[in-house]
Structures are given as structure tokens and as C-alpha cells.
Design a protein around this ligand. Structure first.
Ligand SMILES: Cc1cc2nc3c(=O)[nH]c(=O)nc-3n(C[C@H](O)[C@H](O)[C@H](O)COP(=O)(O)O)c2cc1C
Length: 358
């Protein structure tokens, strides 16, 4: 059966797939526009997006704002009719300025996690930009919606629920991630829909709930749609695409990774993450790493007491320094074995999902 489109107010994505934002630099205009051109929602990651600007090392705040505007414009030129979103982590120091610049560039959607985006409605006020928090529990969905309603008379345009199999930073403690059995994305999706139901009833409007984390193929997509999700967010699978904005050596690590290479890692953001094992992770275990330069990126990072610089590690990775870079990944990366065009990947996902969505 045909998949239901994902509706966000006046915006419609004919394919209910959001390509998750991937920092630093892994999802920029090339990947986001390619996904948007296939009817999904393409998402640029705003995390240290200015890392290739000449003045980044000494003037990162301005470099990031400049590159952000530039990447949004490029994506909109490459995909004039597609939906382009921006992922911004609340934990970043320049969060507010970046939101404002993106709104001025008429970004369609802002997705925010790594903390609760408590002030986001005020920052986009008067604009058409849609806003979506990322949560990891029904409780968090309830807290942010209640807060937005009380403070701004605004309820989320969409809520993304990210489960324990996701890549990047995870909204769970190490204990929760190592618990057996651990919480499933299926359960979390049900909890979030339940938590948002009173608001959907009160405002007589659907709040699309998007499932994210470990979604690999069309069967997974169909499963979450049947559970009541309005769509899915997928990131890791889009790394193994030609249009992904990272170096080819980076992409190759993902298609060559084995299941046992994928492990949890501590991050200076204060949340655990998941990454492919490499020299960096080995050195981290042996404790012989230190921060050489601080880019002042995170609100709660003390460079003296942090084992490594997350910005440096992610910048190394995207440039192809796969030994010293941090290779964030979802738990399913080991199932990928080739690099596809976004068009091929989207077609495969939609065909499989339609076959399973009955
Ligand atoms: C390399 C990489 C970088 C990521 N960077 C970010 C980020 O900057 N901000 C964010 O909110 N999520 C980030 N994520 C999470 C994704 O947007 C997505 O929600 C998640 O990875 C979905 O799980 P999947 O990769 O198994 O599909 C990242 C994920 C990966 C794999």
C-alpha cells in the first residue's frame, strides 16, 4: 500500500522519511537536498557547520553563522521544491544565534535535541518555520509540550522520538543502554503518542510523531507507521550514499564495520554516544588523550576536565582521518555493504515499506 505523506501544516513530504541531521559536516546541503528531491525531508546539521571556513579556528561563531546561511541557500537552490530542515543541538553555545539566522534564511523546519529546546517557540515567532523537539521518553514529550503551551501557547509541529539504537548522542544513561532487556523504540513511540494525545484532542490537530534510531529497511518503516508513527527519521543509512557530505574514507568505515566494532562511547556533551571502534576509542580507553584547542562549542564542557575535544574528533572524522576521528553511528551500520545514490536508497526503502505496509 502507498505510504501516507508526512504533513507539517502547509508542508507535505510525499515520502515520510526524514534524513536525520549528522554533525559535524556529515549532512550538509548535498545530502539534505538529495533527500528532499526524493520527497523526504533533508536535514542539515548546524553543529560546527563553519569548520571549513578559513577563520573557523579563531572566529568560529561568525564562521558558523556564515556557513549556515550558505548551506541553507545551497540546499534550497539544489532542491527548490523540497523540504529542508536544520538540526541544532540545544547544548551548543551559539544555539540562539543559529536559530535566528536559519529563520532569516526561511528554513522550513528546525529539529532540536541534546537538551530540551525550551525557548524555541519564541525564537521562531512570526516565521513559517516549523519546530520539532527530539525526546527519548513519553515523559520528556509531555514536559516540553506542557512548557511550550504554558509559556508560548504553542504545541510542537512534530515530535521526534529517538530510541536507544540511534547514532550520535543518546538520550539514555549507560545503565539504561546496557540494561537487559532495554527499552525499545516501539514502546517509546507508543508512550510518546499517549503523552501527546491530550494535546491533540484539545487542539483538534495531529502532532506527527516520528520514530528514530536503528531503523534500517522498509519493513522497519512499515512497522513504525503501523504503530501510529507519522514517519521515521533515519541517519546512518544516509552515510553510505554518494551525496553524503563526508569524505569517502569516512563512508567506507561504515560499509566495512562489523557488528562487534560498534560500541558506546562517553562524550563531553554529557550523554553517551555510539561509535565505530578505532584508534581514537582505544586511546580513550587508555586515557592518553588531551584537549589541545577549545572551540568553545558546548555550554557545559570544561576543556580541562574532558578527555577529548568532541569538535576536533568529529572534524577529523568527516575529513577522512578515520583513525583519530570519532565515527558516530547507529547500531545497524554493520548491515550496510555498499554506497548508493540517495535516489536508489529512497526507492529501495519506499518499495520495501509499501510491500510491508498492508
Ligand atoms: C554521524 C552521526 C551524527 C549525528 N549528529 C547528530 C547531531 O548533530 N544532532 C542530532 O540531534 N542528532 C545527530 N545524530 C542522530 C541522527 O540525527 C538520528 O536521529 C539517529 O542517528 C537515527 O538513528 P539511525 O542512525 O540508526 O538511523 C547523528 C547520527 C549520526 C550517525
Amino acid at each position: 500500500m502507498k505510504l501516507p505523506p508526512l504533513r507539517l501544516g502547509e508542508l507535505t513530504a510525499v515520502v515520510p522519511i526524514i534524513q536525520g541531521g549528522m554533525g559535524i559536516g556529515v549532512s550538509r546541503s548535498s545530502l539534505a537536498a538529495a533527500v528532499a528531491n526524493e520527497g523526504g525531508i533533508g536535514v542539515i546539521s548546524g553543529a560546527q557547520i563553519g569548520f571549513e571556513e578559513e577563520d573557523f579556528a579563531n572566529n568560529s561563531a561568525q564562521a558558523n553563522l556564515r556557513a549556515l546561511r550558505d548551506e541553507i541557500r545551497k540546499a534550497k537552490t539544489l532542491s527548490p521544491n523540497g523540504i529542508i530542515g536544520l538540526n541544532l543541538m540545544v547544548a551548543m553555545n551559539n544555539y540562539k544565534e543559529m536559530v535566528k539566522a536559519a529563520v532569516e534564511e526561511n528554513i522550513d523546519l528546525i529539529i532540536s535535541g541534546a537538551g530540551l529546546p525550551t525557548d524555541l517557540p519564541a525564537l521562531v515567532k512570526g516565521a513559517k518555520t516549523k519546530i520539532a523537539p527530539i525526546v527519548s521518553s513519553g515523559k520528556a514529550a509531555s514536559v516540553i509540550t506542557k512548557m511550550w503551551e504554558k509559556r508560548y501557547e504553542y504545541i510542537p509541529d512534530m515530535v521526534i522520538v529517538e530510541g536507544p539504537e540511534a547514532g550520535g548522542h543518546l538520550g539514555f544513561s549507560v545503565e539504561q543502554l546496557e540494561a537487559k532487556p532495554r527499552v525499545t523504540l516501539e514502546q517509546l513511540v507508543k508512550d510518546v503518542i499517549e503523552a501527546l494525545k491530550p494535546y491533540m484532542d484539545k487542539y483538534n490537530r495531529k502532532i506527527p510523531v516520528i520514530a528514530a534510531g536503528g531503523i534500517f529497511d522498509g519493513k522497519d518503516i512499515a512497522k513504525f507507521l503501523k504503530l501510529g508513527a507519522a514517519g521515521v527519521q533515519m541517519a546512518t543509512r544516509f552515510i553510505a550514499t554518494e551525496e553524503c557530505d563526508a569524505d569517502i574514507k569516512y563512508k567506507e568505515q561504515f560499509i566495512n564495520a562489523k557488528e562487534e566494532d560498534i560500541q558506546l562511547v562517553k562524550s563531553p556533551v554529557g550523554m553517551p554516544g555510539r561509535a565505530i571502534r578505532n584508534e581514537l576509542l582505544e586511546r580513550l580507553e587508555n586515557g592518553n588523550l588531551a584537549v589541545k584547542k577549545c572551540y568553545n562549542c558546548l555550554k557545559h564542557c570544561d576543556p580541562k576536565n574532558t578527555p577529548y575535544c568532541i569538535s576536533q574528533a568529529l572534524m577529523e572524522a568527516v575529513r577522512g582521518n578515520v583513525k583519530e576521528g570519532l565515527l558516530f553511528t547507529g547500531s545497524n551500520a554493520y548491515r550496510m555493504d555498499k554506497i548508493l545514490k540517495v535516489k536508489e536508497l529512497m526507492r529501495e526503502l519506499v518499495q520495501e515499506a509499501e510491500a510491508a505496509y498492508v
